[in-house]
Write a protein that binds this ligand. Structure first.
Ligand code: CA
Length: 191
């Protein structure tokens, strides 16, 4: 091999290495975002949006996003979720689309303060400090104990029942609670 050819080959390999490093796609918490109120219900009528972007602020398609509710031990995640989503223990996972976004409508129950972590491909990109739910008794049903618990939370302004994350338990939350209750017959629970 001539010296010139060897140098050309080495230069080529160098370019390939640089290209390979530059194209490694890693979720970046700086550019990724989580938007919405972390409210969950057995009927899955509340949404929480996650957008995953890389270190170049470009959307990551098909990124595996997981919400981990383990920081709020009372939370129960339904074993069956909407198509495209899976659950395991206190986690739910789904994949982003071409724009890097995925919208969770988590089927589950239970509410409380604690750290809920959101991961993309294993990288933590966001966290929220409380999960809200009309299923305050965390039995994955909206039933009579929840009506009592909601009334108590409203009276005490306990934010477990702040279903729209407005910062107070008030009339709009009453409406949302009634909607969630109507979405369930007395024994409807996880899908
Ligand atoms: Ca509210």
């Amino acid at each position: 091999m001539s010296k010139f050819l060897r140098m050309a080959l080495l230069a080529g390999l160098g370019v390939m290495a640089v290209t390979s490093a530059a194209s490694a796609v890693v979720p970046d918490p700086t550019f990724s975002s989580c938007v919405g109120c972390m409210t969950i219900a057995p009927g899955g009528e509340y949404s929480f949006s996650v957008t995953v972007k890389d270190q170049f602020n470009l959307p990551i398609n098909n990124s595996n996003v997981t919400i981990d509710f383990a920081g709020v031990p009372v939370v129960v995640i339904c074993p069956t979720q909407d198509a495209g989503f899976t659950s395991a223990g206190q986690t739910i996972s789904g994949k982003t689309g071409i724009s890097g976004g995925v919208v969770f409508t988590t089927h589950g129950g239970g509410a409380g303060a604690g750290t809920i972590k959101i991961y993309a491909d294993g990288v933590q990109i966001c966290s929220v400090a409380r999960v809200h739910s009309p299923d305050l008794s965390h039995n994955t049903k909206i039933d009579l104990p929840d009506v009592g618990a909601f009334a108590a939370d409203q009276a005490g302004n306990i934010l477990d029942a702040d279903l729209n994350c407005s910062g107070s338990v008030d009339l709009p939350d009453v409406g949302l609670f009634a909607g969630s209750q109507a979405n369930h017959s007395s024994d409807v629970h996880c899908p």
